[in-house]
Structure formats: structure tokens, C-alpha cells
Design a protein around this ligand. Sequence first.
Ligand SMILES: [Zn+2]
Length: 325
Amino acid sequence: MARIPLKQLLADDPKKVLVLDGGQGTELENRGIKVANPVWSTIPFISESFWSDESSANRKIVEEMFNDFLAAGAEILMTITYQTSFKSVSENTPIKTLAAYDNLLTRIVDFSRDCIGEEKHLIGCIGPWGAHVCCEFTGDYGPNPENIDFYQYFKPQLDNFNRNEKLDLLGFETIPNIHELKAILSWDESILSKPFYIGLSVHEHGVLRDGTTMEGVAKVIKDLGDKINPNFLLLGINCVSFNQSPDILESLHRALPNMPLLAYPNSGEVYDTEKKIWLPNSDKLNSWDTVVKQYIGSGARIIGGCCRTTPKDIQEISAAVKKYT
Ligand SMILES: [Zn+2]
């Protein structure tokens, strides 16, 4: 059965809310893959044995993770390519040429599609520029962020993903800086030829990590008017604090009432960078049931989880989505 294009699916049924999968990098870590390295969750795909040995331990772990997210109710899933930019891969792994990089991405997308089957939608996940220097949670892109050549950074990954028919949507995730947002939104259909979304990295006080308000974000989009790329399908937030996420999404909704939104917060645990451990969310004010209900009230069309969320979280999200749609 052919998949309904997402743009059509969302337009045909204004009540439809899709359940996304959870935090893949941290879930692979939970399952024993050592992701602490410069290409993070890309690491299992770098070793040739992942591809040559169908019973390799890491391959089993990734397959089981996808299976568990599917069983939990995920309807749209992501490729594990957050830290798989050409720059990250070519500087930190034996994969050095554009041709070898292209082959890597194609293999990952083929494998992900095989894991989830033909009926579910697949997102080509693209981490922010900041991911390669670990500043997606500070938004500090140096003294001249307006001079960064974002297109050059993303181009090799976009060239592959744009032409890959196994992908239904491109997802720019955890975007913390207004100059990066402006750059992505300035690209027309020749650069972004597939439907795409942008997930913002937002501080718990409700501003983009670089300090831009949600009104400031909205202004960038409003100023583009009808020059906006028609492939820009959804805007939203990801890897933001669980507790604050409903308020943040609501403020985005107030600033852009007609924009379809998406939300996938982290678990609310906090990473202690010195001890290198996750500290519990001691202040978990809400349940997924309450959070999902508020997201839907604020115009969310895709809802899932980011870092440290597991198939159990996706199960709770899925139940809440069924209840409130
Ligand atoms: Zn995350």
C-alpha cells in the first residue's frame, strides 16, 4: 500500500495527530550501544560488520528498538542520523569522501525503511549545525553567526535525502539559533525539494537558546510571506524540558495560529556534564496525558519524545493521542 503524502494526510483530516518515535540516541545507549563519541548515535553504522553481518549485536539492537517503538504505537519514525553530517562523519570516522558518505546515508535509509515497513512514514533526521560542536543547547554560534555557511554544511546530507524516495519528510532538529532558522527558511524548492519541518531548541524560559522570543521566530516566517518554501510543513519544538513544553508550544501557537506544529520534548531529566549521568526529573509536574492534551489544543499534528524517552513513553503518548483526537 502506498503511503499517503504527509501534506495531504494532514490537510485531508484536520484532526489527525501522528505519533512519532522516541529519543533514539539515548535509547540505543540504554540498550548497550556506546554512543559517547563525536558522531554519537551514528556510531553503529560506521563499522562494516553492521552491514556485512546480519546477526551483528548492534544491528539486532537497532532493529529491536524500531520494533519496540512501532509496537508502542509510533506511526512516523526517524532515521538515526542526527550527528551524521558530512563534516562530522568525514572528520571523525574512516569515511572521508562524498561518495562513501552518500553510500552510508543510503544504507542507513534503506535499513531504516526495512525496519519499519512500507506503511509507516519515515523522517530523514538532520541535526543542527551546532551538533558538530555540541552547542545546540546554548545556541552560541560564535561572534558572527550570520556569516556561517549553513548551506555548505547541510548540502551533502540534503542532496542524499532530497532524492531518496524512502523518506517522506526531512526533520531539522534542535535548531537553537535564529540565523540558522533564517538560513533554512531562505532555501527554495531547488534546495529543499521534500516536505520538511523545523524543531526548535527552546530554553525553559520560553526563548530560543540564543535569546530570540517566539514572536521573533514568528516574524521571520511572517516576513517571508508567500515566498516561503511550500515544502515547509510544520514548525515545533524538540528536546525541550518536559515540564515547560506545553507553555512553550502554546506561545508558538499564539504567535503563529495557522501553523501546523509538532512537539517532542525530552524526558525532563537533566544531563550532568561533569559526572556524565542523567539526573532524574525531580519535578515531573505533568503526565503525558496532560501534556498531550495541551499540545493538541495548541495545534500539534505530530507528537513524540526526544532524549531519554523510551517506548513506554510512546505508548502513553499514543494512548493520549487516541483519547483526545
Ligand atoms: Zn533530544
